[in-house]
Ligand binder design. Structure first.
Ligand code: AMP
Ligand code: MG
Length: 320
């Protein structure tokens, strides 16, 4: 390997996740600027602290609209559109339930059923009112809260890719705790691992991609156990409980990471069969479903190559 082929890795902890940046040249100054950019977006979008532009909107729920910066507004508009698909499992107004369950945070508990029913009533995406001219967002009911946790990392991963390109980098990879975005085509492509559920550091397989994003959502990422039952962090907006189906994880391969982030949640809600059917209309987006019974189902595989590394799993490839 010549010096030019060397990969340089830089890491940080941001957004509560380990962040990894890979570059093909040694450039600590560029890496610092990338981490600063991520931090700036986190500060705008977080709901895990008392103040951010999104929290300003949440604090004004039931009271008045709040104007935010154009990028934050556009992201919220995108999240509302994803929430409006018929039967969508994505809901940008899921905040009150996320905060109550506290899954993955100190004090996570199973809320009483009547409380879940009460909170469901203040998670309606239709009650998030947008004004394009003012860039303002109004949550019409008191107690409502926007949560962009299912989309923010994808959005930020795309901004990092754009920034690297603008700075003249031809090759780069950013991993925002499971949201991977890649720039360019190194020899042999970028290799991205597909994690084995509930087995830290073990892989089911590896994907090879170029200029693509790879996003995974899994029940094993954040969960707690109570009376022998596992409760994970992807909530079903129809019931208020964690989504319960045949899946352990969904991985989405797409050009833009924001699509991947939205589609992991959508596909999770659809399950394998409906998910594969829906993606037949979207050749630009492909999915890898990992089931509890150790099946790996590829909706199709034109945007990536997949290598199985764990013989306990069986692969079904629906590529026509
Ligand atoms: P992800 O890691 O992209 O799967 O997103 C998970 C995060 O999104 C959770 O930790 C919550 O903050 C939020 N979330 C949970 N359920 C939903 C849902 N049904 N729709 C939108 N966001 C959700
Ligand atoms: Mg997501």
């Amino acid at each position: 390997m010549s010096d030019d082929d060397r990969v340089y890795s830089y890491s940080a902890v941001l957004m509560g996740s380990p962040i990894l940046l890979k570059l093909f040249s040694h450039d600590e100054a560029l890496a610092s600027r990338v981490f600063r950019l991520i931090k700036q977006y986190e500060d705008l979008l977080t709901v895990n602290r008392a103040d951010s532009q999104v929290m300003d909107i949440n604090h004004a729920a039931g009271s008045h609209p709040v104007s935010v910066s154009r990028p934050v507004y556009e992201l919220i508009r995108c999240a509302k559109a994803a929430s409006a698909f018929p039967g969508s499992a994505f809901n940008l107004a899921i905040g009150p339930l996320v905060k109550r369950w506290k899954i993955g945070f100190k004090g996570d508990t199973v809320p009483p059923a009547d409380e879940i029913a009460r909170l469901l009533a203040i998670t309606r995406p239709e009650d998030v009112l947008l004004d394009d001219d003012r860039c303002s967002v109004f949550l019409t009911r008191p107690g409502m809260e926007i949560d962009l946790g299912a989309i923010a990392k994808g959005y930020i991963a795309d901004r990092v890719r754009d920034y690297l390109r603008k700075e003249g980098a031809e090759l780069g990879l950013i991993n925002l705790g499971g949201n991977v975005q890649t720039l360019g085509s190194p020899q042999g492509g970028w290799s991205v691992g597909l994690k084995k559920p509930f087995a830290p550091d073990a892989l089911i397989g590896a994907l090879e991609v170029e200029n693509m994003s790879v996003v995974t959502s899994g029940t094993y990422e954040r969960f707690f156990e109570h009376n022998g039952k596992r409760y994970h962090h992807i909530l079903d907006p129809r019931t208020g409980y964690p989504l319960d189906n045949e899946l352990d994880s969904v991985t989405i391969i797409s050009k833009n990471s924001i699509d991947g982030d939205i589609w992991t949640t959508l596909a999770y809600g659809m399950g394998v069969e409906k998910g594969c059917a829906a993606l037949r209309a979207r050749p630009d987006i492909e999915a890898i479903f990992v089931t509890k019974t150790k099946e790996v189902v590829l909706s199709s595989a034109h945007l990536f190559r997949f290598t199985l590394l764990d013989d306990d799993y069986r692969v079904t490839d629906n590529t026509a």
